[in-house]
Design a protein around this ligand. Structure first.
Ligand code: SF4
Length: 95
């Protein structure tokens, strides 16, 4: 099954995270738990995502990538996206 990329070429120019990307990239938790500082960083990143006007495009893009993206995308961590992708493939749903 192939996931469809629905991101428009310009959606990233309207991202709420422009200029604050340091919040979005750091250690993720693919193999364990984040430390307190990184949990707080991820929480701040998610708060930015909550008000982002291109959240749906970002989520579709992040989930459509064949190789897992690092960092927070559309309020999800790499580990969370891996779980969502497994569910999508299990259901045969195209995001
Ligand atoms: S949803 Fe979050 S990660 Fe995605 S573009 Fe918006 S602010 Fe950035």
């Amino acid at each position: 099954m192939t996931l469809r990329v629905v991101a428009s070429p310009d959606w990233q120019s309207r991202a709420a995270c422009r200029g604050v990307t340091d919040l979005f990239f750091g250690p993720d938790e693919p193999h364990g738990q984040l430390g307190r500082a990184d949990r707080e960083r991820v929480a701040r990143a998610r708060a930015v995502c909550d008000g982002c006007g291109v959240w749906s495009q970002c989520r579709a893009f992040a989930l459509s990538q064949p190789n897992a993206l690092a960092g927070v995308w559309a309020g999800t961590t790499q580990r969370q996206r891996a779980g969502i992708r497994r569910q999508i493939f299990a259901l045969g749903v195209v995001p």
